[in-house]
Each structure stands twice: as C-alpha cells, then as structure tokens.
Design a protein around this ligand. Structure first.
Ligand code: NAP
Length: 336
C-alpha cells in the first residue's frame, strides 16, 4: 500500500492513548488529528504523540478533510452518536467496544455505516492479533478432537467509586458491557470455527447477574451459552473480583489453555498457548513471536480491508457485532 491511512482520534482518554501508540507502530496507518471536548486536552495529546492537528471539539475533527478514518474512544453511551455523525461526515469508523449500550444502538450504528457507505468495525482488538488466528487454526485442525466446551472470563477488581465510568450507570458501567463482551465474542468465534464459519450465535442463553445496590451496575455476572452445534460456553465477568482472565477450549482429545486471550502482548513480543493432550498435566507450549503491536494490528486489519474496498473487516464484521450485542442484551436481563 503506497499511502498510509490517515486516522483522526476522537477523545483523549486511556484507550485513545494506547491506540495512538499502536498506530505509531502499525504498517499502514498514521494519526493526523485528534479531537477532544477541550482544546487543552487535544493540544496535550497532540504534543505527547506528535499528532499534527488538535481540534477542541469532536465536530471539528469530523470536519477535518485530511482525516480518512475516525477512531471513537469515548465511553460507551456516546459511541452511537459519534458513529452516526462520523458516517454522515463520510469518515470510515473504528468504534470502541461495545459499539452501543444495546443491540438497538448497534443496529443504528450499522445502519449509518451502510447509509453513508463507510467501513465500520467494533474495536475488538484481540480478534486482529495473530494469536487469535492461531487459536482458530488449532480448533479447525482437529487436534483437540470434537470441541464441546469453552470457558472464558474477563473481569477485574475495581474499588467502588461512583464517579468512575465502571461504576456509573450513566456512563454505561458494569462488567458485561465493558469486558464481558470479550468472552462472549470469543465463545461465538470458537462456535463458528467448529463449523468453518466466522462466528455462530447461541440458541440458548442463561445467565446470573449481581447488581450493585447503589450504583445499579452489574458487579459480577456469569452466563451459559448453548450453540446449535452442541458447544457449551461458560462466560463470566466482574468489576470487583480478581479473575483469572484466561480461556479454555475443551475437546474430546485435548484441551487448550489461552493464558492471555484478550491482551496477548500489548507491544511486540512473545505469547503462549498451552496444549494438554489426553490426560497430560504438562502442556505442549506453543510460542508465538510477533513484531506487531496489538492496537497496530487492529489499525492494519482495518486499513487492509479498506484498501480492498470492503465494508466489513473480516476479523470483526458488523454482523458479528450485532450477534454479540444480542447476547449481551439477553445476559443483562438475568438479574435476581
Ligand atoms: N479495546 C480495548 O482494549 C479497550 C480498553 C479500554 C477501554 N476500551 C473502551 O474504550 C472506551 C473508552 O474507555 P477509556 O478507558 O479510554 O475511558 P476514559 O479513560 O474515561 O476516556 C474516555 C474519554 O472519552 C471522552 N468523553 C466524552 N464524553 C465523556 C463523558 N461524558 N465522560 C467522560 N469522558 C468522556 C473524554 O475525552 P475528551 O475529554 O478528550 O473529550 C475521555 O477522556 C470505552 O467504551 C471502553 O469500553 C477499550
């Protein structure tokens, strides 16, 4: 590809910073502008990451003619609004997960992208990392035998703070939307891989959700997903527990432990998969070395799809997003 995809970053919080570093280590992208609700934040971000232009409003970022693709990094409740506005401005869009607060918002986002013929991807970065492709390859290879069970978790212990977005209902708090979306997406990926498809949706979902008595956000939640091909997935999430944050894929011949399914390695480096054959207690360690940065691989997957004229990024299509959001909707209703 001769020219690099010109990114504009919308918002200057934690993940926006990770993405800026990732793009700096990508093969196919460059950040040309940043937009913030405050000029001071935009200026500070631009200075720190060497971004040529800093806009004091999100609207100004979208009006920047040099920006080809926008990366939306606001809290979840603002996602759909800015996806719609970015699409109307003719920008291609990488939007942080979850793409909205529910499937209805996801439908609005996908509809906007189709209406304005722009590329849209929900930013599940782990889907673009070589480790995830390797996991799918292992499942398809048959080395595990018939895959029947997946266990996957993503949760963290965050002390109660009503001003923090994890604990604020207004800011889309709770574990399910923030990180529970990952094990759901992983389970759907494996269910699809078993059948040679990109993903599959469960036919039955049963969940259990604990809400915080004051904040009203989900603090601990688990669900069982049952797929038409027989796969059962057990997923869990939390914002107040120390969880193991691994994934396990069990087959009739062997099982695979994924020690770091979500952030295999943030920068370049090595990651591992552990294959346990038969009743072996000692795994065969599959080492993966990668030169790529996690958020750089995501930016490159997006740029590659765009260069090929696609309106979906194969690693995380909009149909996949809609299916994932439907599961989250169902899971969130499973309160006491
Ligand atoms: N894929 C991943 O690895 C990953 C990791 C972490 C988070 N995320 C996702 O990224 C999104 C942002 O997470 P974050 O951790 O970066 O959050 P954060 O640190 O709180 O930053 C969010 C940014 O959004 C902007 N914003 C717009 N409206 C806001 C409002 N009403 N309240 C607060 N901030 C507002 C602010 O930027 P300005 O002041 O510049 O406008 C703020 O700095 C979330 O949807 C989250 O799920 C993804």
């Amino acid at each position: 590809m001769a020219t690099r995809l010109k990114w504009g970053i919308l918002a200057t919080g934690g993940i926006a910073r990770s993405f800026a570093k990732g793009v700096a280590h990508s093969a196919l992208g460059e950040v040309v502008a940043v937009g913030s609700r405050s000029q001071a934040s935009a200026d500070a971000f631009a200075k720190e990451f060497g971004v040529p232009r800093a806009h004091g409003t999100y609207e100004a970022l979208l009006a920047d003619p040099d920006v080809e693709a926008v990366y939306i990094a606001t809290p979840h409740p603002q996602h759909v609004e800015w996806v719609e506005k970015a699409a109307a401005a003719g920008k291609h869009i990488l939007c942080e997960k979850p793409i909205g607060l529910n499937q209805a918002e996801a439908v609005r986002a996908v509809y906007a992208a189709r209406e304005y013929n722009v590329l849209l991807m929900e930013a599940f970065m782990y889907r673009c990392h070589p480790q995830t492709a390797k996991i799918v390859e292992i499942v398809k290879s048959g080395v595990l035998g018939d895959v029947r069970l997946v266990q996957a978790a993503f949760g963290f212990a965050n002390g109660y703070d009503p001003t923090n977005r994890f604990w604020s209902k207004e800011l889309g708090g709770g574990g399910i939307l923030d990180v529970g979306c990952y094990p759901v997406s992983f389970s759907r990926l494996i269910a699809g891989a078993i059948d040679g498809k990109e993903f599959a949706d469960p036919v039955k979902i049963s969940g259990a959700v604990e809400l915080h008595p004051e904040a009203g956000v989900d603090t601990c939640a688990a669900a069982t997903l049952h797929f038409a091909n027989g796969l059962i997935a057990q997923v869990s999430t939390s914002i107040q527990l120390m969880q193991e944050n691994v994934a396990r894929i069990y087959g009739t011949k062997a099982w695979l432990l994924v020690p770091d399914p979500w952030v295999p390695v943030r920068e370049s480096g090595a990651t591992e998969l552990h294959l346990f054959r038969g009743a072996d207690k000692t795994p065969e360690v599959i080492k993966l070395e990668t030169e790529e940065w996690l958020y750089g691989t995501e930016a490159d997957a997006f740029a590659r799809a765009l260069a090929e004229g696609k309106r979906d990024v194969p690693q995380m299509s909009t149909a996949d997003t809609l299916g994932n959001m439907a599961v989250l909707d169902a899971w969130m209703t499973a309160t006491r």
